[in-house]
Design a binder for this molecule. Structure first.
Ligand code: IMP
Ligand code: MG
Length: 175
């Protein structure tokens, strides 16, 4: 696995510190509200599991899976819901947890879709952001790190389903 890695972009320690900060902020902002955290499968699952353990107010979790890249490193712009939420979200405060925002096409589709279900609020928490690549303007209420336009893996993020179990976030070698 290590031979495919060009460099470590974010260490375990840096990620841990940031996730703690985000958890604290979210706890303060949503105190007294009915928060549902929605993980976007599969890339966000490691981040989400660490994030919720740094939140000290009651939360419910749910998951959605949408198609994005497949095994290619370019966004297709086509969004398909592969797995929908288990519960209704009318009147609830929703926080979408995502691994990376790249073009923004996937997330802006999800935000519109969840708003149309009558949620009280829909906000985004992304671990990583590639601002250079944005095609749609969006409001990211919680963000871990801005990163350069490089293909990254690790901490739940894959290339062709590999490297999700790396503990750091790494830049993959171009093949
Ligand atoms: P967007 O619709 O272009 O914003 O696509 C965002 C999704 O593409 C993310 O949730 C990731 O699943 C995937 N993605 C974007 N950049 C990377 C990357 O550097 N490594 C792995 N997946 C990525
Ligand atoms: Mg994703």
């Amino acid at each position: 696995m290590k031979k495919d890695i060009k460099s470590v972009l974010l260490s375990e320690e840096e990620i841990k510190k940031k996730v703690e900060e985000l958890g604290k902020q979210i706890s303060n902002d949503y105190r007294g509200k009915e928060l549902i955290i929605i993980g976007v499968l599969k890339g966000a699952f490691v981040f989400m599991s660490d994030l919720i353990r740094n939140i000290d107010i009651p939360v419910k979790v749910d998951f959605m899976a949408v198609s994005s890249y497949g095994a290619s490193t370019k966004s297709s712009g086509v969004v398909r819901i592969l797995k929908d939420l288990d519960r209704q979200v009318g009147g609830k405060d929703l926080l979408i947890v995502e691994d990376i925002i790249d073009t923004g096409l996937t997330l802006s589709y999800l935000v519109n879709n969840l708003e149309s279900r009558g949620a009280n609020s829909v906000a985004i928490c992304t671990l990583l952001d590639k601002p250079e690549r944005r095609e749609i303007k969006m409001n990211l209420r919680y963000k871990g790190f801005d990163i350069p336009d490089e293909f990254v893996v690790g901490y739940g993020i894959d290339y062709a389903e590999k490297y999700r179990n790396l503990r750091e976030i790494c830049i993959l070698k171009a093949e």
